[in-house]
Design a protein around this ligand. Structure first.
Ligand SMILES: C[S@@+](CC[C@H](N)C(=O)[O-])C[C@H]1O[C@@H](n2cnc3c(N)ncnc32)[C@H](O)[C@@H]1O
Length: 282
């Protein structure tokens, strides 16, 4: 590592950095070049320290030798902070304005993209259950990190992870295990399908009435964000909604065939060729 003049933090040497990006891509299939570099470097320094590696080259050779190290590095480089009903006002808006749009449908398809260890897709499942729509709903939960996905699939959480839920929901939808962990009830687990998916590289995994992609795009460069948004917009059914995190608005939604319908909420054009002129903002 070396310090670049004027920078408060040290940067990896450019050749070493580019070598790491290429090796990482070869080993994991992921394009780290689409992530904001400062944040990535900070996390990478943490990974080097925690794994006791001698530097980036040493980290790469350990990743080459051991699958477990590869997974650990992927996990170190991603931020998995999440919580049940995170930004509750967003879920309330969905209840009031999106649920009535899909209530008459035979099937409802929802995608939580960048689901971390599961609180977001399970919160959606709880919302749909409370509204009597769970049985006809399919919720896809995807993330790039297999470690986080394994936790999402297990659907078990420590008491402190349920802080956002409130006693009523906790009692209705979770069962306390002998281990002391709280497991989501079978009907909620059954409605959620967990799958590995890279927003920067994989094709859209279906067509959806609603996509939540919250607190993921903030980690991407402008190019990475545009690439991911392109895929997200293509995965929306005409009239479907995309909900972003509460700091993530789009400056040019029309570029993706979307129009704003509410705070951090966008609707796909009715024909995908043009934008719907119908509807008011909520
Ligand atoms: C901060 S969490 C957000 C969790 C949840 N959406 C929320 O708002 O509570 C960001 C998640 O994005 C995932 N992620 C990062 N890059 C990704 C990519 N290229 N494709 C899919 N998921 C990605 C990370 O693994 C992490 O679990």
């Amino acid at each position: 590592m070396k310090a670049n003049a004027g920078d408060s933090e040290q940067h990896f040497d450019q050749a070493e950095w580019l070598g790491f990006l290429a090796a990482y891509r070869r080993l994991t299939g992921q394009d780290l070049g689409a992530y904001r570099r400062e944040q990535l470097e900070r996390r990478l320094r943490g990974a080097v320290a925690r794994l006791g590696a001698g530097g980036l080259a040493d980290l790469v050779s350990r990743m080459e030798r051991e699958e477990a190290v590869r997974q650990q590095v992927v996990s170190f480089l991603t931020i998995h902070v999440s919580e049940f009903f995170r930004n509750p006002e967003q879920f309330e808006r969905l209840r009031r304005h999106w649920i009535p749009r899909v209530r008459g449908q035979a099937r409802v398809a929802v995608w939580s993209a960048g689901c971390a260890n599961g609180p977001e897709p399970y919160s959606l499942a709880i919302l749909l259950a409370e509204e009597g729509l769970l049985e006809r709903s399919e919720i896809l939960a995807t993330d790039i990190d297999s470690v986080a996905l394994a936790r999402a699939a297990a659907a078990e959480y420590a008491e402190e992870e349920l802080a956002g839920l409130g006693d009523r929901r906790r009692a209705s939808w979770f069962e306390r295990q002998p281990s002391g962990l709280f497991r989501l009830r079978a009907e909620i687990r059954r409605a959620v399908r967990v799958l590995r998916h890279d927003l920067l590289g994989d094709p859209p995994p279906g067509q959806f009435d609603l996509i939540l992609c919250r607190n993921v795009l903030i980690y991407f460069t402008a190019d990475g964000k545009a690439r991911a948004l392109d895929g997200l917009a293509r995965a929306l059914r005409p009239g479907g909604w995309l909900l972003l995190g509460s700091t993530e608005s789009l400056t040019d939604p029309a570029r993706y065939g979307l129009r704003p319908v509410g705070p951090f909420l966008y609707e796909a054009g009715e024909t995908k060729l043009g934008l719907s002129r119908r509807g008011r903002r909520i």
